[in-house]
Every structure is written in structure tokens, then in C-alpha cells.
Design a protein around this ligand. Structure first.
Ligand code: WT7
Length: 652
């Protein structure tokens, strides 16, 4: 790694940065390490607005944490109301650009008004703190408004990414036992309508506890509305204006004083079984993590135009499109559609026109755009950019260099941010005014984050050794539980290394203490920066009438990092393999969502198994990986050889 270039921050960047020196970082880090409770307690007190102060910073009954015990607070109040008493009142909170080219600029005062109106609608429909809402919407301001209105009342929300199918939506709605679904007729993607309400209708056949489907009109297309269940957002909203007094009451709907540990949201993510896990985040600690990292990592300044391209359906969108930026008083850009529509410069066009200064995206997006050629970004003035970010998977040095020179004009630091749905906010990342960057390394843990690398026995691995990445101290934005499954929570995250949180990632630390995250160590794939479990795809495949057995592995992919590769054995029958392959890919889109569609399906007579019958995915991984390099498909595809191998090298 020593031949890699490194990039110290420029004097100009440092001069204006929130944190300017290694010494400042070291002081913060040491303070946090020596007395974590005092460190986080004082930040929470100063940086958040409380209805009632907390009395205890941390109650740690490992692995169950309660942060800021006794405090009363509201996330929506912290994202909106408190800014209205400042100059931020008329500052744009959201800059929205729809895929067809429509736009809206929503100030903090206006966003507050819209959130209050929706909260009143929800109240009028009978919802209150403790209820649960599933949100399935396109990337439009009303998605952010829905999150904030739920948070205002204490309704626990679960956003389901619009790319998930009706089946996946149903599984989540049932697991959460939601009473309310908020959706839209559809949204725009690559010029086509994604019909969301149709999927909601299909998902609700077996969800008797859902009382209402609140539906926003976005695409204006014909949809079915079920009497007594489905209500239009705009009709409910209009009904608030019966009198001047009623309008005023609706627009000042007070934020409910909630417990610090009130469940803010549940976000489903893939685990190592076929069933997604509902990651539970609560109120005050999550908010503190999201807000502080805006200042530390994104070096947020009052005049920044900040754009995180993630969909709000993923945790990155929760923390860095909605809650973090708004809590920090930033202007957050929301774009509805695809990055290549109508052309490959859509992102750069938005950066130029909106004068985006901080830009946060994924390695997958960067690689996809590299392939289209430099003339797309070069046709735009990107000089407003001052800081770039990357998230979702390790960024390969070549993509890093391109991002740095072609997009950042060799002027903008890149923050490579490592974190997870479970961590709630960024854990390992350079502070851009402090750290000398090494392409491919997420560099150093943030203040208050104590990480280590351990071997298979849980012993510290030391420097320059590959091992498991763990987090050794509780932190405010940490996962609190798996919704409805505390046993899985304990087993999954806290049983491998006693007392420590197991991330599921492999990593290495170099001699300077920099972390290099290598990837997952479990049966979880990372496709375009989205987590997908091999088991989930396998169990969907074996649901199909033609499939006897299936084994799924991630194979290296130039753009998406990993792609789904499925090995399938068929039931007896006369199958037309070409059309079956198409059908199975479509089947996965139906069962999980289009983004989970296998890149490749290989029909095989048998799967390599151990004597005890366990599929040896490791061998399959080797096959798909080496194929990609050697291109020799014919001999490797002969899986009877592999079964033979498997018998010789029994792994169990
Ligand atoms: C997994 C978490 C929260 C970010 C969006 C994905 C991988 C994420 C990095 C990075 C190397 C990374 C890890 C992690 N990952 N960021 N900067 N460098 N790997 O959230 O779906 O919860 O996935 O994404 O493997 O465990 P997620």
C-alpha cells in the first residue's frame, strides 16, 4: 500500500474547516475515550433542544442501551421548530428536483407548515405515539414530510424502498404490524412510472391490521381506491381548511414530548437468514449521531448546499438526506429519479445549477458514471463543490482518483464513510480538515467510536492483520434491538466477541491506525451498496415451481461491486432453460424487488455439498470469482467435479 498516493487537506480547506487540526481531533477522541458518558452527555445537552433534560446519560445493560434517560425530546422539533427562531427560518431546507424537471424550494418555515399539516391529518385519522406506519413513496418532498410528521407524533415509521416488490412490502408491513401505510400513486424513474399504489394494494391482501392507506398524488395515473381504507392526501389536507382557526391549528400542530428512547423508526435490512431484520432506532441518541456527523464529517457550514444522492428508503437517506441535514439546519437536495436520465450528466447538471458544495454518493454510482466518459462532467461547471463523500462499500482507488480529479478538480477532500444501518450514523471516516487521505481507506474512527480488529477467537489482531471489525463501546446512535426479536439481536451482534458489537465486516488497520474495510464476512452480498442476503434470494428461488435447490453467491462486478449469481438445480421436467432463466429473474424481481434480480443463473445437475449436506458456498464463490478472471467456464461449470472435491475437503 505504500506506493499509494496520499492527500493532505489543502491550507484553504483547513482554514475554513470546523475541525482544523489533528490535535483538535486527538483531544476530542481522548475525551470521549476517557469518559464517554461525559463526552456524549455534554454534546446532547448543548446540541439538542430538550423539553425536559435527561438525568442519566447511559444505562447500559449489555447489549441493551438506554441513552439520555429521563429526557423528553422530539426529532421533528429539532429538525424544524428550533430553526424558526433563527435566521434559518427562510433558508431553503429542501431543494427538490423531480425527474421530469419540476422543482420546488421549501424553506424551513414552509417545511414546518407542511409537516404540521400532515401531522394533523394523521391525528385526525386517529394515529398517535406508539402506532406504526409503513412509508412507500418516491423520492419527493412528501417522503421527507411523512417521516417528519410521524416523528412529530411519535408514530414509528418504516420506510420501504420503492424498488422493493409487493411481496417484500407485505413481509415488512406484517412484521412491523403497521396500522397505516403512506404511499403515492407512483413516481418517475427513467421516464417511466413506478406504480407504487398498485404494489401496496397487492401487499395488503393479508394485512388485516392496516386501517388506512394515505395516498399522495404524484403521477396522476389511474389507481384503485378502496372504500373505507384508502384516502387521498390532498383531500385530507384540504379538509383542514374549514375555518381560518382550523387552518391555524393544523399549521401549528405541536411536537409531542417523547421519551429519549421512543422508537423513531425501524428499517429492514438483510441478514444471514431468509427473513429481513427490523433494525430499531430510537429518538435522542440517533438524532445526536446524525447531527454531530454532519458537522464533523461533512464539515457543514451555514451556506452549504448539501446533496446526498441516496434514496430515503435506505439508512443513508434517513440519516443524511433527512434527519442529519435538517437537525443541523442545512439545505438538503432531493432528486427523484435516475442519475442517467435524460442523459449521463443529470447529477452534474444539478450540481452546477444548484451550486452544490457538499456531494455524497456511492462507489457504484461513481463507477457507472466513469464508464460514460469524462465529457459528461467536463461539460459542467463543478466549481461550487468543496467536499465529496463516498459510502456503501469500499471505494477502489481508481474510482477514488477519478472522483477526486474529474469531479473534485483536485480541490475537494473525499470522506470515505464507513457505517451500517445498525450504527445509525457514520463511525469511521476522515475529518476532512484533519486527515491525510489514502484512497480506499475510511481512515480513523470518529470521536466516541472505539473500534478494533480481532481474530477468530476474539483476540486483538494487531496492526496489518486482516480480522473482524468490532465496536467496543456503546454509542448514542446504535441499534437498540431487532424489532420483535431480541434473541436474534443478541445472537447476531453480541455473541461473537463478548461485550463487543460484531459488525460482520472484515478489516485491517495499518501502522498509522488507518482502517481498511474489506467487506462482509457473512453470507450477505453488497450489490450497488445495498445489502442483500444470499439466503433471501435462495428462499425466493426455491419457491418457484421449477426449482429444486438453489445456492446464491455474490460475484465481483465492475460497476455494482457484487452481482447476484444463482446456481439452480431443477425439478424433473422438460424445461426450456432460456425462457426459464428469464422467468426466474422476473420471479426474483417479483418476490424481492428488481434490484435483487440475479445477474447470472447457472443451471446445474448438483450443488457442491459437504457430507452433512451443507452447500459449500465458498467453492461457488471461488468459481464465480475465478471465472471472472480466467474466463474458463467450461471445466469449472462441471459441478460433479466439485462435489467430488467437497467430499475430499469436508468442511464441517
Ligand atoms: C455495509 C452496511 C450505511 C451505509 C450504507 C449501507 C459496507 C458501507 C462502507 C465503506 C467499506 C462499507 C459494509 C457495511 N460499507 N460503507 N465506506 N467502506 N464498506 O448500509 O446496507 O447497512 O450496509 O456496507 O460492508 O457493513 P448497509
Amino acid at each position: 500500500m505504500s506506493q499509494l498516493k496520499s492527500y493532505p487537506p489543502s491550507d484553504e480547506f483547513v482554514a475554513a474547516a470546523n475541525i482544523k487540526s489533528r490535535q483538535e481531533y486527538d483531544t476530542l477522541y481522548t475525551q470521549a475515550q476517557e469518559d464517554a458518558a461525559a463526552f456524549w452527555g455534554s454534546l446532547a445537552e448543548k446540541q439538542l433542544s430538550w423539553f425536559k433534560p435527561f438525568t442519566q446519560t447511559l444505562d447500559w445493560q449489555a447489549p441493551f442501551a438506554k441513552w439520555f434517560v429521563g429526557g423528553k425530546i422530539n426529532v421533528s422539533y429539532n429538525c424544524l421548530d428550533r430553526h424558526l427562531e433563527t435566521d434559518r427560518k427562510d433558508k431553503p431546507a429542501l431543494i427538490f428536483e423531480g425527474e421530469p424537471g419540476d422543482e420546488r424550494i421549501i424553506t424551513y418555515a414552509e417545511l414546518h407548515r407542511l409537516v404540521c399539516r400532515l401531522a394533523t391529518v394523521l391525528k385526525n385519522l386517529g394515529y398517535q405515539a406508539g402506532d406504526r406506519a409503513v412509508i412507500y413513496m418516491p423520492m419527493i418532498p412528501e417522503l421527507a414530510i411523512s417521516l417528519l410528521a410521524c416523528a412529530r407524533l411519535g408514530i414509528t415509521h418504516s420506510v420501504v424502498f420503492g424498488g422493493f416488490s409487493a411481496e417484500a412490502l407485505k413481509a415488512r408491513t406484517l412484521d412491523l404490524d403497521a396500522q397505516l401505510v403512506i404511499t403515492a400513486d407512483g413516481g418517475w424513474r427513467r421516464g417511466k412510472e413506478v406504480r407504487l399504489k398498485d404494489a401496496v394494494d397487492e401487499s395488503l391482501h393479508d394485512c388485516p391490521n392496516v386501517r388506512h392507506v394515505l395516498t399522495y398524488k404524484r403521477t396522476n395515473s389511474a389507481i384503485a381506491m378502496k372504500d373505507g381504507r384508502d384516502v387521498w392526501w390532498h383531500e385530507q389536507d384540504a379538509s383542514l381548511d374549514a375555518t381560518r382557526e382550523s387552518t391555524q391549528a393544523a399549521e401549528t400542530c405541536p411536537a409531542v414530548e417523547l421519551d429519549s428512547e421512543h422508537p423513531l423508526f425501524v428499517l429492514y435490512t438483510s441478514g444471514t437468514t431468509g427473513k429481513p431484520k427490523g433494525i430499531l432506532h430510537t429518538t435522542a441518541g440517533y438524532l445526536l449521531g446524525a447531527q454531530m456527523t454532519m458537522k464533523w464529517v461533512f464539515d457543514l457550514q451555514e451556506k452549504d448546499i448539501y446533496w446526498c444522492t441516496a434514496d430515503i428508503g435506505w439508512v443513508t437517506g434517513h440519516s443524511y438526506v433527512v434527519y442529519g441535514p435538517l437537525a443541523a439546519g442545512a439545505t438538503s437536495v432531493i432528486y427523484e429519479g435516475a442519475p442517467d436520465f435524460p442523459a449521463f450528466d443529470r447529477l452534474w447538471d444539478i450540481v452546477e445549477r444548484r451550486k452544490v458544495s457538499v456531494f455524497y454518493t456511492s462507489p457504484t454510482a461513481i463507477r457507472a458514471l466513469i464508464r460514460q466518459g469524462n465529457h459528461w462532467p467536463e461539460a459542467h461547471n463543478l466549481s461550487s463543490l468543496r467536499l465529496l463523500g463516498s459510502v456503501g462499500e469500499p471505494i477502489n482507488p481508481a474510482a477514488w482518483e477519478w472522483y477526486h480529479s474529474v469531479i473534485g478538480g483536485n480541490r475537494c477532500p473525499i470522506v470515505d464513510t464507513w457505517w451500517q444501518t445498525e450504527t445509525g450514523s457514520i463511525m469511521i471516516s476522515p475529518l476532512p480538515g484533519v486527515v491525510t487521505l489514502k484512497p480506499g481507506s475510511a481512515t480513523l474512527p470518529l470521536p466516541g467510536v472505539v473500534v478494533d480488529i480481532v481474530d477468530a477467537h476474539g483476540r486483538p489482531a494487531g496492526n496489518n492483520r486482516e480480522g473482524f471489525l468490532i465496536i467496543k463501546q456503546p454509542w448514542p446512535s446504535m441499534i437498540r434491538n431487532i424489532w420483535g426479536d431480541p434473541e436474534r439481536f443478541k445472537e447476531q451482534y453480541w455473541s461473537r466477541v463478548p461485550g463487543a458489537y460484531f459488525t460482520g465486516d472484515a478489516a485491517r488497520r495499518d501502522d498509522e491506525g488507518f482502517y481498511w474495510v474489506l467487506g462482509r464476512v457473512d453470507d450477505v452480498m453488497n450489490v450497488s451498496g445495498h445489502r442483500l442476503s444470499t439466503m433471501e434470494v435462495e428462499s425466493a428461488l426455491v419457491h418457484h415451481k421449477a426449482v429444486a435447490e438453489a445456492a446464491v453467491v455474490g460475484k465481483p462486478h465492475e460497476i455494482t461491486g457484487q452481482a447476484v449469481c444463482a446456481f439452480v438445480t431443477l425439478k424433473k421436467g422438460d424445461w426450456d432453460k432460456a425462457s426459464l432463466e428469464k422467468e426466474l429473474r422476473q420471479w426474483i424481481a417479483h418476490e424481492i424487488g428488481p434490484f435483487a434480480r440475479p445477474d447470472e443463473i447457472r443451471f446445474t445437475e448438483a450443488l457442491p455439498k459437504t457430507r452433512s449436506g451443507k452447500i459449500m458456498r465458498r467453492l461457488l464463490r471461488e468459481i464465480v470469482t475465478n471465472n471472472a478472471v480466467a474466463g474458463d467456464v467450461t471445466t469449472l461449470e462441471d459441478l460433479s467435479v466439485l462435489s467430488h472435491l467437497a467430499a475430499l475437503h469436508d468442511e464441517d
